[in-house]
Design a protein around this ligand. Structure first.
Ligand SMILES: *Cc1c(COP(=O)(O)O)cnc(C)c1O
Length: 342
């Protein structure tokens, strides 16, 4: 039987054989007592790679973002976020529930907030106003774009001037670094804290990292406990994270090349409108009007050909390339779409 080609996300990636072997043989201990050498090794390595003093292993990306928000802010604060960011759109409203903060949405251009808008959104001292407790930037943005270093640097400067910390939702920060062709530290240096996912393009089965200053991570470690995210012999999964950092960062470039190739090929089909303005990383966004093929029909027809995709969001399909999708797979997908649309 032909294998399933899964384009729904890079979260569907399977752990590599090397990860499974590392997991099987990892030395572990109770991380609640600080006894797990593998977790420690991962946290040290992660902090080093993103240029922060310390890091914390957390169960998921959402956990890391929400832990950062809880740790940076006080209840009733307002935090500045991009209107289509993951924190606003895809985190179940957690910031209101866990940290008890209000989200001040700034409509960006493909995820990029204008400096003027950020500056205007910062609250002055006034008896009616909440305090601005945090500014969040998402890079790479989940709409498929990369935010330039100029923008990050300017936001960071405004934040410093106003004594407001910056959190980077860097779920795909290594994709951003590859796309910008810079060391990841060139991106993370503009943020006080950064979250990144081990379990997306990097292919680890579980886990994310929250990194920041020693003081911040110490506070976050306690808050992680409060949130129920203190783990025990977590070295079993941290071991895969170490392999992810050692072996999977450089190959993200392949996903990007495949996404560009897929975008080109799809754009040659005249019923498809590809969003080349959102093709910076491993994602391809495109439109096919419902008059040409109805969404459910398109999904089911592809599934019959062993291709898994998600439904549209905001009227657009999103295909995500990843370690388990080869160039040949992409050629096969494009051929099947041609057949379906003819
Ligand atoms: C995936 C993602 C997250 C959340 O990660 P989970 O591990 O799914 O909780 C947060 N931010 C962005 C930008 C993401 O793409």
């Amino acid at each position: 039987m032909k294998k399933m080609i899964d384009l729904r996300s890079d979260t569907v990636t399977m752990p590599t054989d090397e990860m499974r072997q590392a997991m099987a043989s990892a030395p572990v201990g109770d991380d609640g007592y600080g006894d797990d050498p593998t977790v420690k090794k991962l946290e040290e390595k992660a902090a080093d790679i993103v240029g922060k003093e310390d890091a914390l292993f957390v169960p998921s990306g959402i956990f890391g973002n929400q832990l950062a928000i809880l740790t940076h802010t006080n209840r009733g604060d307002e935090i500045i976020v991009e209107a289509n960011s993951h924190i606003v759109m895809h985190e179940v409203g957690a910031a209101a529930v866990i940290a008890g903060v209000q989200l001040r949405n700034i409509e960006g251009r493909n995820g990029r907030m204008s400096i003027k808008d950020v500056e205007r959104a910062i609250r002055e001292e006034n008896i009616h106003f909440p305090r601005t407790g945090l500014i969040c930037i998402e890079n790479a943005h989940s709409c498929g774009t990369v935010i330039g270093l100029d923008n990050m640097s300017e936001i960071s400067e405004i934040a410093k001037k106003n004594n407001i910390p910056v959190h980077l939702d860097g779920a795909r920060v290594f994709n951003a670094a590859k796309a910008l062709n810079v060391d990841v530290k060139e991106i993370t240096k503009y943020a006080d804290s950064v979250m990144f996912c081990l379990s997306k393009g990097l292919c680890a089965p579980v886990g994310s990292i929250l990194a920041g200053s020693k003081e911040f991570i110490e506070k976050a470690r306690k808050n992680r406990k409060l949130m129920g995210g203190g783990l025990r012999q977590a070295g079993i999964i941290a071991a895969a994270g170490i392999v992810a950092l050692d072996t999977m960062i450089d190959r993200l470039e392949e996903d990007h090349k495949n996404a560009k190739y897929l975008a080109e090929k799809l754009s040659e089909i005249d019923k498809i409108e590809v969003r080349f303005d959102k093709n910076d990383i491993n994602m391809v966004f495109f439109k096919i009007s419902d008059d040409i093929i109805e969404e459910k029909n398109f999904i089911n027809k592809l599934l019959e050909k062993n291709i898994k995709i998600n439904g549209k969001e905001n009227g657009e399909y999103r295909f995500v390339t990843n370690n388990d999708v080869s160039r040949d797979d992409i050629d096969y997908v494009v051929q099947q779409i041609k057949n379906i649309l003819d």
